[in-house]
Design a protein around this ligand. Structure first.
Ligand code: ST9
Ligand code: ZN
Ligand code: ZN
Length: 331
């Protein structure tokens, strides 16, 4: 039972009873990969070209850092933070896992922030992410880490999907996403929202408000920031599925990776997260190295979020003893 041991971090009179309607992020042990040879790899040259250009642009932009105004670099950091939250607090913890509830204004903000991150629309991201949890490390996992570091990092975006990803993904219950007008609106106007939020807005602000060169304004807050957010997110799929301890469940691949946690606003506690995908904090340590949890708690304080699901300390300890690798004892 996926609801055992969940506590509400912010109990309010109407939500003392925790509902757990969404269970399509729980690992499905019954799935078996099809026997026989794997389908041939089919390259998507358009993506290979665009991703190569983006990363070359990112390297070039990196060299421009010394020529930029200090306030422009601060703006790059702010754009990083906003777009990262659009993924962590938005597409991930809210829309993929339903680990808390967000009011309309917060959902609108997160949808804009998500377009700034340009990682596919929220609907597609959450659909891929639910199959990732449900069929982790199998053919039906879009970024199956058993296919190696490169594949789980970026390679999966450069080739056609394994047919099982699509077959299993089609069976997921996505009714909650379809019913969310903000998600559907973002999906409908996705391309326009990406042009505006990922490229135009980050470029326009430094150029218009403090006279940064158009060149720096484009390459630093748009190109470099986008490339960094992408790689920080991808490291959760690659590094955090390969390197680190497994204090909660040693039978699964995902790991606790401090380096990834720092770069991805608290998303590197990945052994915990795959063990308890419904925990809004994706960790047992609250705000420690977890800017996303801080942000969600702040939103709760402002009355913009509620119903944060949290696993009880007792359940976590029992699970560590039952299935962990014992590393929690040594810290
Ligand atoms: C990007 C995503 O970067 C990054 C995700 C990172 C995830 C990280 C997760 C870790 C945890 C969270 C931590 C966050 C940390 C953040 C830190 C921030 C600092 N189910 O896709 P198509 C169907 S994106 C069901 O074309 P192909 C569906 O009918 C980067 N059905 O498959 C679909 O039609 P539609 C920018 C599915 O042809 C049809 O199949 N974007 C599913 O195999 C065809 O779908 C890019 O680079 C499913 N799961 O092509 C573009 N999937 O939906 C990347 C598909 O339209 N994408 N279907 O009705 C592509 O170009 C293509 O998807 C492809 C595969 C070439 C990869
Ligand atoms: Zn997740
Ligand atoms: Zn994972």
């Amino acid at each position: 039972n996926g609801t055992a041991g969940i506590e509400n971090a912010h109990p309010t009179p109407q939500n003392l009873e925790v509902d757990r309607a969404m269970t399509d992020d729980v690992f499905d042990k019954s799935y078996r990969e099809k026997e026989g040879p794997k389908p041939a790899r089919s390259y998507v040259w358009r993506n290979i070209l665009l991703m190569s250009l983006l990363h070359l642009g990112g390297l070039y932009a990196f060299c421009l850092i010394p020529s930029a105004k200090f306030v422009t670099l601060a703006w790059v950091c702010l754009c990083f933070l906003i777009s990262a939250l659009g993924v962590t607090a938005g597409a991930h913890r809210l829309w993929s896992h339903r680990s808390y509830k967000a009011s309309l204004p917060l959902r609108i903000f997160l949808a804009f922030a998500n377009s700034m991150a340009f990682q596919n629309d929220i609907y597609e991201w959450a659909r891929d992410h639910r199959v990732h949890h449900k069929f982790s490390e199998t053919d039906a996992d879009p970024h199956n880490a058993k296919r190696g570091f490169f594949f789980s990092h970026i390679g999966w975006l450069l080739v056609r999907k394994h047919p099982d990803v699509i077959e299993k993904g089609r069976k997921l219950d996505l009714a909650d996403l379809k019913a969310d007008k903000v998600v559907m609106f973002q999906r409908r106007y996705y391309k326009l929202s990406v042009v505006l939020m990922c490229f135009f807005f980050p470029t326009f602000v430094p150029w218009y408000f403090w006279g940064e060169s158009l060149h720096n304004s484009f390459f630093l807050p748009a190109i470099l920031r986008y490339a960094v957010v992408l790689n920080a997110s991808w490291l959760v799929n690659s590094a955090a599925h390969m390197f680190g301890n497994r204090p909660y469940d040693q039978s699964i691949n995902p790991r606790e990776n401090r380096f990834v946690t720092l770069g991805a606003l608290g998303e590197g506690f990945h052994n915990y997260h795959h063990t308890f995908p419904y925990d809004y904090s994706t960790s047992e340590f609250g705000w420690k190295c977890n800017a996303t949890t801080f942000f969600i708690d702040l939103m709760c304080l402002l009355g913009l979020a509620s119903d944060c699901k949290k696993v009880s300390k007792e359940t976590i300890m029992a699970r560590k003893i039952r299935t962990g690798d014992g590393s929690h004892k040594t810290g």
